[in-house]
Design a protein around this ligand. Structure first.
Ligand SMILES: Nc1nc2c(ncn2[C@@H]2O[C@H](COP(=O)(O)OP(=O)(O)OP(=O)(O)O)[C@@H](O)[C@H]2O)c(=O)[nH]1
Ligand SMILES: [Mg+2]
Length: 309
């Protein structure tokens, strides 16, 4: 069955509406898509189908786009039959169509980074026969944790589209399987090691995500300690491998204790998440970029497939 269909949810939620972006140049490849409509859909149109979703959750600049790009390039190169491609139906804004074009071009170029700040990006993972086996979603960091309204966090509600992601169609109670990848980066300029107050709020917001969309849902959480090349000046991990996973995990657990949730099963406490380190590459000061080795995307992909199928 091809799960990639053209029925979409057109319900509008005020909090989802953004100002259309009209000043972006459209290149040739995406022009056909953008010019067919005159009224941009500026709220995400979640496909009405049964394909699982993988959602990257993290604050602004936490590394979501580069993780999606790194995994896509790995799938492109590893040749195990899966392909990944932007799904242009999420939004018909000019910016979105341009970001899709750029994403599709950059997948095959491992040492190129995503050029723009991507707001939304939905990419479909297809198997050998062309069936869409999962949708991958990146959304703006502000949708998960607002730095500009941090006073109001963690009480800002998740946007309406997140509810549509969690169910197979807006008017059905059938829940969709979703893997939420929660980013735990602690040491980049935008992250929270040295700001316990924001760190606690982010943790509480992710607990809210767990309560709203994971508990009592057929969904899973991957705690991803990304930018793992940064802590301890690279002592624990570099762009090719993680040498001290024990120390990495202990560091994450110390700082985001409540996210390492367990549930009781008979006499045991069972971990209700998976934990992985991740690095997308090296980012020297001269602005260049070299992709990380395959160990990180290979492990993430393995975990995703284990959770999904
Ligand atoms: N050291 C290191 N830096 C990283 C890594 N991944 C990303 N970065 C840095 O983090 C920056 C932001 O990454 P993005 O992937 O654009 O982050 P994002 O979460 O998509 O950001 P927004 O979409 O703007 O919210 C990059 O430009 C890099 O400078 C990593 O594995 N290691
Ligand atoms: Mg991004």
């Amino acid at each position: 069955m091809n799960t990639h269909n053209n029925d979409f949810d057109f319900s509008v939620n005020d909090s989802d509406i953004k100002t259309p972006i009209i000043d972006t140049v459209v290149d040739d490849d995406s022009n056909t898509h953008a010019s067919h409509t005159t009224t941009p859909n500026v709220q995400p149109q979640i496909p009405v189908d049964t394909a699982p979703f993988i959602v990257l959750c993290g604050p602004p600049a936490s590394g979501k786009s580069m993780i999606l790009k790194s995994l896509a390039s790995y799938l492109y190169e590893s040749g195990d039959g899966y392909t990944i491609m932007a799904n242009r139906t999420l939004l018909n804004t000019v910016k979105y169509q341009n970001d899709c074009t750029h994403f599709d071009k950059v997948i095959g170029k491992p040492n190129e980074r995503m050029e723009n700040t991507v707001d939304y990006l939905m990419a479909d993972i297809s198997d050998r026969t062309g069936n869409v086996v999962a949708h991958f979603l990146e959304a703006p960091g502000e949708d998960f944790f607002s730095l500009t309204k941090s006073d109001e966090e963690p009480n800002i509600a998740f946007k309406n589209y997140m509810h549509h992601v969690a169910q197979t169609s807006p008017d059905s109670n059938k829940q969709r399987k979703v893997i939420y990848i929660i980013l735990l980066d602690l040491d980049s300029a935008t992250s929270f090691r040295n700001n316990p107050e924001l760190r606690k709020k982010y943790q509480d917001k992710m607990m809210k995500l767990y309560r709203d969309f994971v508990l009592d849902h057929p969904s899973r959480v991957i705690l991803l300690y990304n930018k793992v090349d940064l802590p301890q000046g690279g002592k624990w991990a570099n762009a090719n491998s993680c040498r001290n996973i024990k120390a990495v995990r202990a560091d994450a657990e110390r700082n985001y204790k409540n996210l390492f949730f367990t549930r009781k099963f008979l006499f045991w406490d069972i971990e209700d998440f998976s934990f992985l380190p991740y690095c997308t590459g090296s980012y020297p000061d001269d602005g260049s970029y070299t992709a990380s080795g395959p160990a990180y995307p290979a492990a993430l992909w393995k975990e995703i497939t284990k959770q999904l199928w």
